[in-house]
Design a protein around this ligand. Structure first.
Ligand SMILES: NC(=O)c1ccc[n+]([C@@H]2O[C@H](COP(=O)([O-])OP(=O)(O)OC[C@H]3O[C@@H](n4cnc5c(N)ncnc54)[C@H](OP(=O)(O)O)[C@@H]3O)[C@@H](O)[C@H]2O)c1
Length: 325
């Protein structure tokens, strides 16, 4: 039973990772929709930019500093803001590179942020929700939590775990009127695939059996995947719609690429999808190798002073630039 006050007061929505991407847009749309939004971010240096983005959008939200990997910071924010009706576990990171090249420390950082962080937040807000017999936890997982993602294994594994966690606690929290939703977007143009995309420290290790494959993967991302990725608006709007739902579905696959991949899986074509990804990767590796040898040949010609056989192509992008740095 809800009290009259609970009907009158707007839902208090706590979001993590609001400095950019889905988090920033969801905070804006949720505030515009009339929710009491607590938009959190880990880096105090980005607070002014977030406040400015909210102001420009005409949205009012309380901004707090919260690092999902730091239990003290989680508790301090919860002590300051009081009961939470809706938690959106949005913060996430990735570290690209083959599983052999990603270090334990890098993989652990991914898991701390993408899995243990959301678990800690859910554990922190759930007792209050259970007591009030209502609440909603939205975990932003990924298509990579439903299918494999080569050269992003730690990320994919952490998102698989987050989906498994969501599915499990959904049943535990059901008797208490607390709902749990998992959101699974495909590729979208946010900072996670641009400025925030991190390459493992051994990504360019020539001794690695994956040296060429890491490079080919990056080429595929930069030439084919990132340019085709959708904008983040629709995901943010969908999350706000879910916040307003009486009975949300257990999970939402968002984006054309994600829906397509899931449809293939349902049709029993998961193996075909893996083969397709593999052949695209192989093509990208070959292209990247060709590009490298052409680059070397041009350098040799420049050093020997002989004129280049072909006109100079546009300057190659550095990885940092290509990822938006
Ligand atoms: N974009 C996609 O293609 C895609 C697809 C599927 C799922 N997702 C998921 O969507 C969620 C949001 O990512 P996004 O795409 O919007 O990328 P984004 O623009 O990079 O946003 C990620 C946010 O997480 C924050 N963050 C990272 N580590 C944190 C920590 N320890 N504590 C608190 N905040 C932290 C980042 O803060 P800083 O600015 O301080 O780094 C940033 O605000 C992530 O969980 C991601 O895995 C994204």
């Amino acid at each position: 039973m809800q009290t009259i006050m609970e009907h009158i007061q707007p839902k208090r929505v706590l979001l993590t990772g609001c400095s950019s991407g889905f988090g920033l847009l969801t905070a804006i749309h949720a505030a515009q929709a009339g929710y009491e939004v607590i938009a959190t971010l880990r880096n105090p240096a980005k607070k002014t930019a977030l406040n400015e983005a909210l102001r420009q959008a005409g949205a009012t939200a309380r901004v707090e500093i919260l690092d999902v990997t730091d239990p003290v910071s989680i508790q301090e924010v919860l002590d300051r803001i009081g009961p939470v009706d809706v938690l959106v576990n949005n913060a996430g990171i990735l570290v690209m590179g083959s599983f052999l090249d990603v270090t334990d420390a890098e993989a652990q950082r991914v898991w701390q942020t993408n899995y243990f962080g959301p678990v800690a937040l859910a554990r922190a807000v759930a007792p209050g929700m259970i007591q009030r017999r209502r609440g909603l936890i939205i975990n932003v997982a990924s298509l990579a939590g439903l299918v494999g993602h080569p050269f992003n294994a730690a990320y994919a594994a952490s998102k698989h775990a987050l989906i498994g966690f969501s599915r499990s606690i959904r049943m535990e929290l059901r008797p208490f009127g607390v709902r749990v939703v998992s959101v699974e977007p495909g590729y979208h143009k946010t900072e996670i695939i641009r400025a925030n995309a991190t390459l493992s420290e051994h990504f360019y290790d020539r001794q690695s059996p994956f040296f060429e494959w890491n490079r080919g993967f990056l080429r595929l991302m930069m030439d084919r995947v990132i340019p085709k990725a959708a904008g983040p608006e629709a995901v943010a709007q969908q999350i706000v719609r879910i916040i307003g739902m009486e009975r949300p579905r257990p999970h939402y696959v968002l984006g054309r690429d994600a829906r397509w991949a899931c449809r293939l899986q349902r049709l029993g074509l998961g193996a075909w999808l893996e083969k397709e990804v593999y052949s695209r990767l192989r093509r990208a590796v070959r292209q990247e190798n060709r590009r490298e040898s052409e680059k070397k040949a041009r350098r040799r010609q420049t050093n020997t002073g002989s004129p280049p056989a072909h006109p100079e192509p546009p300057a190659p992008r550095t990885e940092g630039q290509a990822l938006g740095k």
